[in-house]
Design a protein around this ligand. Structure first.
Ligand code: BES
Ligand code: ZN
Ligand code: ZN
Length: 499
């Protein structure tokens, strides 16, 4: 489906036309329509209170005398509470409504969707994100005549804008938003593939293929190289599976200087290992590589947007299984850093592979390190699917991530890394143990990682609650959400503005 921006005309465009109205401004709903007859028609509907400016109402009506046309009016709620995120939700609702109504063409009166600091370019970007996130499907394993739901009919959406200058700015932002959301959907696909397909080798192959297409540098370390490096954490988790591990390195050199290094947890399946998880819901642990998938998607976007930033992505990838050769509870491992870890629970495997990647990140003398990981069930218990857990050692960095979170709707909330929590991951026989006590599981996991980051500015994002959904909500369907991609790309763009 095509989405483009164009100057608005007096004629009613073919297909459905969307206009937004704020609460209390219902009569303005007619102003979006130049055609006199249509304008009067909509005014009549407003006076009869057939639609309202209250949020979430997507009102549809045919147009008298124009059998192939339709009008959609979206209630935007109070103007002073209007936000880009509401437009993402609207984009998503609009896309499904237009397909339900079997339209092939639609246009959006973009001027009616701005206000309360949401500019036209921002409005366009948010709308496009909502539309594309809803358009995404993961149904290629289904036979043609058995696809989930109906086939989508929509072929084109036009964003109509009255001002030529504004149109230019909108077109530019629209193009960027398309790349970013396409990258988020790329990440979702990696996450949605089942674990028998999306192995560490396959993840590496897909990353390499994407790198070739986008001009990223790519290096994949195989098991032998990982062993030669002495990444004891990654190897200890991988040793229970016949599937060999991979260490994926992607690099976008959009500028000279120290890079932002991104690290993503790439556990292709997390059974828990010998500390086996219960059967119920274990299938969801195919999503345990979503942090890694996000890093790959972010690098894709950085390359395609030609961001003037030096960005490196590191993804340790393997599978956590019990077998004849698994890691046992009580084993002590020497990590790449030289620090030793007592593995008291083989299900706390994410930190074991991440610590080696964090140590590896030091080679780049990073300006900033950000890791993304579906790390703890405790984070899901704390934040549900509403926000990510955020921890780190640099207030300025965390502030910037949180700001990007509000801008993209990918919210982050800080948890403290106080000393007391550090005591909980000290081991009597090794430098660290891989589990804390009964409580504060998200923070003790963060504390464990912190031991591997020296003094570099670092931010840890626990995306366990937001990386996938079990049921559709807002603009995310069920399945992988691409969490972190829009967030970190926004952070990188904001960073470029600041430096
Ligand atoms: N991948 C899981 C965390 C997870 C759980 C993500 C549920 C999303 C939903 C992680 O490897 C894990 O198993 N963590 C353990 C740690 C514990 C053993 C200290 C957990 O959270 O239970
Ligand atoms: Zn686990
Ligand atoms: Zn895990």
């Amino acid at each position: 489906m095509k989405i483009s921006a164009t100057l608005r005309t007096d004629r009613l465009r073919p297909g459905a036309v969307l206009s937004g109205v704020f609460s209390g401004e219902e009569k303005n709903g007619a102003n979006a329509f130049q055609d006199k007859a249509v304008k009067n028609f909509v005014l009549g509907l407003a006076k009869a209170r057939r639609f309202s400016g209250k949020e979430n109402g997507l009102f549809f009506t045919g147009v008298p005398g124009e059998a192939k046309n339709g009008i959609l009016i979206s209630g935007l709620g109070e103007k002073k509470k209007f936000s880009a995120d509401k437009l993402r939700k609207l984009g998503s609702a609009l896309y499904s409504k237009l397909n339900d109504l079997k339209f092939e063409n639609a246009s959006v009166e973009l001027d009616t969707l701005t206000g309360n600091k949401v500019s036209s370019p921002e409005a366009a970007a948010a709308l496009v994100e909502g539309i594309r996130l809803r358009e995404y499907r993961f149904d290629h394993y289904k036979s043609k005549d058995d696809k989930n739901g109906k086939q989508d009919t929509l072929k084109e959406i036009i964003l109509a804008i009255s001002d030529r200058k504004v149109l230019e700015a909108v077109s530019k932002e629209l193009g960027m938003a398309e790349v970013v959301v396409e990258s988020a959907n790329f990440t979702r696909r990696l996450g949605d593939e089942p674990a028998n397909v999306m192995t560490a080798r396959r993840l590496a192959d897909d990353a390499r293929k994407m790198a070739r297409e986008t001009g990223l540098r790519c290096r994949i370390l195989d098991e032998k190289q990982i062993r030669a490096l002495k990444m004891g954490g990654l190897l200890s988790v991988a040793q229970g599976s016949k599937e060999p591990p991979r260490f994926i390195i992607l690099e976008h050199r959009g500028a000279a200087g120290q890079p932002v290094v991104l690290v993503g947890k790439g556990i292709c399946f997390d059974s828990g290992g010998i500390s086996l998880k219960p059967a119920g819901g274990m299938d969801l642990m195919r999503y345990d590589m979503c942090g890694g998938a996000a890093v790959i998607g972010i690098l894709r976007a950085a390359a395609k947007l030609k961001l003037k930033q030096h960005v490196v992505g590191l993804v340790p990838a393997c599978e956590n299984l019990p077998s004849e050769t698994p890691q046992r509870p009580g084993d002590i491992q020497r990590t790449l850093s030289g620090k030793t870890v007592e593995v008291l629970n083989t299900d706390a495997e994410g930190r074991l592979i991440l610590c080696d990647a964090l140590t590896y990140a030091h080679r780049y003398k990073p300006r900033v390190i950000i890791d993304l990981a579906t790390l703890t069930g405790a984070c899901v218990a704390t934040f549900g699917d509403v926000c990510m857990g955020m921890m780190g050692n640099d207030a300025g960095l965390l502030k910037m991530i949180q700001k990007a979170g509000y801008e993209t709707g990918e919210k982050c909330w800080e948890l403290p890394l106080w000393e007391e929590y550090g005591e909980m991951v000290k081991s009597p026989v090794a430098d660290l143990k891989n589990i804390g006590g009964k409580y504060a599981g998200t923070i003790t996991a963060g504390k464990f990682l912190e031991a591997f980051v020296d003094d570099f500015p670092w931010c840890h994002l626990d995306i366990a609650g937001v990386a996938w959904r079990e049921s559709p909500a807002y603009y995310a369907k069920s399945g992988a959400t691409g969490a972190g991609v829009r967030l970190i790309v926004r952070y990188l763009r904001n960073l470029a503005k600041h430096s």
